[in-house]
Design a protein around this ligand. Structure first.
Ligand code: UD1
Length: 336
């Protein structure tokens, strides 16, 4: 019988890629999304890739009745819990918005899951839960600490899930994403914020396509290889595939489970390098200016990914250069 899984949120980016990967791997997905960060066009585009539309419910996170109805209607095996707000700067400005949106309703979701004995969950966590003083590359057993309310909500949810795992025998895998970039090879779904992007790559592409004037580099005098900060960029399709591997792992494990797994590449790329690689793809220099850092920014972040390979057999396959080339071809195709 086909296994059914519930996908909560983030339809506009990682969630949509996960839907496609799971459907193509033979699972049935049911999507709940409030559409605050997304549009129905994403659903139309998912349909273009799959040739059918997955079940979708537009749902306000406070609508407990709809959540109950959906749990009653489907015989879910698992939940992939994506739904959250994710703009770090916004979370510093409105901490309670993040606490309410990311934590409070998750508690309601977990209650429903326990009620229906759905005890398998892949949770989208983040590299932001690591203390920046840890030795690089970050390992899963490194010290945890957060510098912003968004990160705090991730960490709190990791702990709440631990309680369910310890006391209710849930099987929980926490995927700690590093910096997801780019889009599906079909060029139908991708990260295309309708607003001015917070994240580096969408911003750089908007400058490259002329929609924004110049790139703000958040300072150039750090103790790093070229003075700019370092991140570990991972292709979003690789990331979506990691979810499928995580679920296969959960399916085959008999007992209670609680593990955190880094999802990155272990490659460390500076802000200047990423911009330069985009410039190489588009064959021209982009306007940029150096501005002071964001208050919540932390310096160097990249992953040790040994455990992902050892435990899930997962490794990122797509190179950052490939993702960038693909990205630019996609933008040109859309523009033409
Ligand atoms: C942060 C969080 C990450 C979260 C993501 C969601 C940390 C360590 N990471 O990612 O967990 O999922 O936000 O949005 O808190 N930069 C510029 N100019 C720009 C934009 C960014 O120079 O216009 C630099 C940043 O200083 C950073 C790098 O580019 O060094 C990447 O920034 P960004 O894409 O915003 O992601 P993070 O801040 O790493």
């Amino acid at each position: 019988m086909q296994k059914i899984l519930l996908i909560t949120g983030w339809l506009w980016y990682i969630g949509s890629h996960a839907v496609v990967q799971f459907e193509q791997a033979g699972y049935k997905t049911v999507i709940l999304d409030s559409l605050i960060n997304s549009t129905r066009e994403v659903l139309v585009n998912i349909e273009k890739i799959l040739w059918y539309a997955p079940d979708f419910y537009e749902w306000d996170i406070w609508d407990e009745e709809l959540l109950k109805t959906v749990f009653w209607k489907y015989n879910f095996e698992w939940v992939i819990h994506f739904a959250w707000l994710k703009a770090v700067g916004e979370s510093c400005e409105f901490p309670s918005l993040y606490h309410r949106n990311n934590i409070s309703w998750s508690i309601v979701l977990f209650e429903q899951m326990e009620k229906y004995k759905i005890r398998n969950v892949v949770f989208s966590s983040s590299a932001t839960v690591y203390d920046s003083d840890n030795q690089l590359p970050f390992r899963e057993d490194a010290k945890l600490w957060t510098t912003n309310p968004y990160g705090t909500t991730k960490l709190v949810l990791e702990y709440l899930l631990k309680d369910y795992s310890d006391h209710k025998n849930w099987k929980v895998l926490l995927l700690r994403y590093f910096n997801p970039i780019w889009a599906h090879e079909s060029w139908y779904i991708w990260e295309n914020p309708q607003w001015i992007p917070n994240n580096l790559l969408p911003y750089v592409f908007k400058v490259a396509s002329g929609e924004l004037e110049s790139i703000n580099v958040f300072w150039d005098d750090y103790q790093t290889k070229d003075g700019s900060w370092i991140r570990d960029y991972v292709d979003v399709v690789d990331l979506a595939e990691a979810h499928v591997s995580a679920y296969k792992k959960i399916e085959t494990s008999e007992t209670q489970l609680y593990k955190a797994i880094n999802i990155g590449t272990s490659c460390w790329t500076s802000v200047f390098e990423l911009i330069q690689w985009v410039e190489e793809v588009i064959w021209r220099e982009l306007p940029k200016k150096i501005v002071w850092r964001r208050t919540w920014d932390i310096g160097e972040v990249y992953a040790n990914v040994d455990f992902a390979f050892e435990y899930l057999g997962w490794k990122a396959k797509r190179s950052i250069h490939e993702s960038l080339k693909n990205g630019w071809r996609f933008i040109n195709k859309k523009a033409s």
